[in-house]
Design a protein around this ligand. Structure first.
Ligand code: ADP
Length: 252
């Protein structure tokens, strides 16, 4: 029994390693495609030709693909217990700014009003900057993905009432989520059907990562939503993230 358990664990780890290696190999050419489109855009500033729109399309699709690859790598690392938390002083104002600059071109293209409301007095967090960026990026990407043209997405960051936590809130006026799906959407690969709507692109890893990373940082995530009206995702992060449980874990 013990031997077969160990074999299963080994196989699982090998699968995660394979996934992580493959994803890394995909990341390099994708990053280079995005870098070339950046160079093209810079050298054709002011150009409004059909060619420019084509290059924008290549860039946006490559960015979406790169996000999916990054999510796959992170999910594989979480499974293998090798995703480490690296604490530093994090300013949520900067995180929201970075996410906003990536998401804004997509919002403009889709005809969605993207706004941010950030309390400049929000205290610095002692947490993992990259994990917070991924949490925010996945929530904002989803909000844009599930909100149609003419809709609105707002990103808020503020101190919790007890001042012991910071809150990141992403709200949208999109298709909304059924109450019975509130819990399952945070599970890996769960993608509830959306009635007559065609399925949106994605792999069902985004919210799983949002929840796993938030919990790794000692926080909580919740959702409120009404079908046809929109959704609000609220992430509460403590000012200081807890020590990494996986740190020094045997065989990891
Ligand atoms: P993906 O978007 O790749 O399907 P996620 O894990 O990010 O995977 O989301 C899981 C599911 O939750 C989505 O398939 C969608 O049905 C629902 N969902 C997530 N965010 C939103 C949102 N902002 N509005 C409506 N539905 C959402």
């Amino acid at each position: 029994m013990e031997r077969s358990n160990r074999r299963l664990e080994d196989e699982n780890r090998q699968k995660s390693d394979f996934l992580a290696t493959m994803s890394h190999e995909l990341r390099t050419p994708l990053s280079s495609i995005i870098a070339f489109t950046d160079i093209w855009e810079k050298s054709h500033a002011g150009d409004d030709s059909a060619e420019r729109r084509l290059v924008e399309e290549i860039k946006q699709n490559s960015t979406t693909l790169l996000n999916m690859v990054n999510n796959t790598i992170d999910a594989a690392k979480l499974e293998a217990g090798s995703l480490r938390v690296q604490c530093s002083d994090v300013d949520l104002v900067d995180v929201v700014e970075v996410v906003f600059s990536v998401a804004e071109p997509l919002a403009i293209k889709e005809g969605i009003r993207l706004t941010r409301t950030v309390d400049p007095e929000i205290p610095f967090l002692r947490t993992d900057a990259e994990a917070v960026r991924k949490i925010a990026m996945n929530l904002v990407s989803n909000a844009l993905k599930y909100t149609g043209p003419g809709g609105a997405v707002d990103v808020e960051a503020y101190s919790a009432a007890n001042s012991q936590a910071a809150v990141l809130r992403v709200s949208d006026t999109g298709c909304g989520i059924r109450r019975e799906d509130f819990e399952t959407i945070f599970q890996k690969f769960d993608r509830p059907s959306r009635g007559d709507e065609p399925p949106a692109g994605g792999s069902g890893l985004g919210l799983y990562l949002v929840k796993s990373l938030t919990e790794k940082l000692g926080g909580t995530v919740s959702v409120e939503s009404e079908v046809g009206k929109g959704s609000v995702f609220t992430v509460q992060l403590p000012l200081q993230c807890p020590p990494d449980e996986d740190e020094g874990g045997e065989g990891r």
